[in-house]
Structures are given as structure tokens and as C-alpha cells.
Design a protein around this ligand. Structure first.
Ligand code: FES
Ligand code: FES
Length: 207
């Protein structure tokens, strides 16, 4: 499948970081070679080391109404900072290339794929994650409907589903089936909970 949009950008970044491979003739390429540099940086550092290390605070993040000064490289995806640096692990890693929606959070009120959004682009903007989405009117309705209809199966995709569904309801208080399908198509559920997701969004829309 050909990556699109943000996924293409993510892959471009990976290839740029792997440029030395183009001149390599004597060694085989392996999967580790194709990972972008931030992958190693993110896993090489503990959250404790990254947060406020050596007194530098290059990025100020506002997540769920709280301020965080984080000392990280600006090209590390927001997802790693949320999970590994700040410790908000409700947002999940799925594909890492903007194809599954598991990592969806809101930045400036809009749903974004945090696995490809450089943290520098989220600085100074309000970020909302699954941990606080229930504090918004739409998020509260969505979560209540999710529980009522018992949407969740394994649960792995569900924080991303709820973030996308909440953004939909905030933009469109009475979404049609077509609206729901169009917006939620980017969130993959391997357990196939799509019918219950659609029913829960409609129930939330009814209030
Ligand atoms: S982990 Fe971000 S879209 Fe899949
Ligand atoms: S509930 Fe299992 S992947 Fe969606």
C-alpha cells in the first residue's frame, strides 16, 4: 500500500536519515537501518533523563491543561513524549506511520496522529489526550455511550477511536452514517468493533 500524506512525510524522514545506505555496497540493509534516528533516541533515553535534563527546557507543552517543560529533540514524535517522557500511556502506538489511528490525540482541538507529529509542532498549543477527553462535553457523551453499548473488545485501538469520535461530534453534532464512516475510516480496529462504534457515536449525538 502506498503511504499518503503524513505517512509519506514520515517515510521521507526515515529515508533522509538513512542516506548513507545509498552508498553502502558491502553490507546488507536490515530493518534497524531503516528506522528514523528519533526511534533510537526515544528508546535510548528514559523519561526521567529527558524531562528537564541538565536544566534545558526547549519545548513547553500544555497537555490536558497542565504545563510540561520537556528537553527533547524537536523531531521526536509527540507520541513518544506523551508516553515516555510525560508518562501518559493511554495513547497507543500502532503502526507508527499514520495509518491506523491508535495514536490519535487532539492538538488545538483537532485530531492528529501523534506518531508522526514532531513535538516541536505541538509546543505552545493545547494538547488533549484520552486521559482528559472525558472532561469535554462531547468526550463525556462519547465515553458514556461507549460504556453503555459496550463497544470495546481488546481495547487497544479504542483510545484513538474515542479521540476521533469526539472530534467528529464536536464538529458535527448530528453526524450521518456517511459522516461517521468518512471520519472514522482512518481508525483501524482489528477486533471489528465498527458497528458498535457507529452505534455509540449515534447514541452520543442523541445526547
Ligand atoms: S500509531 Fe499513529 S496512526 Fe498508527
Ligand atoms: S477493540 Fe481490539 S483492536 Fe479495536
Amino acid at each position: 500500500m502506498e503511504p499518503q500524506g503524513g505517512a509519506q512525510a514520515a517515510n521521507d524522514g526515515a529515508m533522509r536519515d538513512c542516506r548513507p545506505l545509498k552508498n553502502a555496497t558491502s553490507r546488507k540493509c536490515n530493518l534497524a537501518d531503516l528506522r528514523p534516528r528519533w526511534y533510537f533516541r526515544a528508546f535510548a533515553c528514559t523519561g526521567e533523563r529527558l524531562l528537564g535534563a541538565d536544566g534545558r527546557m526547549p519545548y513547553n507543552l500544555t497537555v490536558n491543561g497542565k504545563s510540561y517543560a520537556v528537553d527533547v529533540d524537536g523531531d521526536i514524535p509527540l507520541l513518544w513524549v506523551l508516553r515516555d517522557t510525560i508518562g501518559l500511556t493511554g495513547t497507543k502506538f500502532g503502526c507508527g506511520i499514520a495509518m491506523c489511528g491508535a495514536c490519535t490525540v487532539h492538538v488545538d482541538g483537532l485530531p492528529v496522529r501523534s506518531c508522526i507529529l514532531p513535538v516541536a509542532e505541538a509546543a505552545e498549543k493545547p494538547v488533549t489526550t484520552i486521559e482528559a477527553i472525558g472532561e469535554t462535553p462531547e468526550g463525556k457523551k462519547i465515553q458514556a455511550a461507549w460504556l453503555d453499548i459496550d463497544v470495546v473488545q481488546c481495547g487497544y485501538c479504542q483510545s484513538g477511536q474515542i479521540m476521533s469520535a469526539t472530534a467528529l461530534l464536536a464538529a458535527n453534532s448530528q453526524p450521518t452514517d456517511a459522516d461517521i464512516d468518512a471520519v472514522m475510516a482512518g481508525n483501524i480496529c482489528r477486533c471489528g468493533t465498527y458497528p458498535r462504534i457507529r452505534a455509540a457515536i449515534k447514541q452520543a449525538a442523541r445526547g
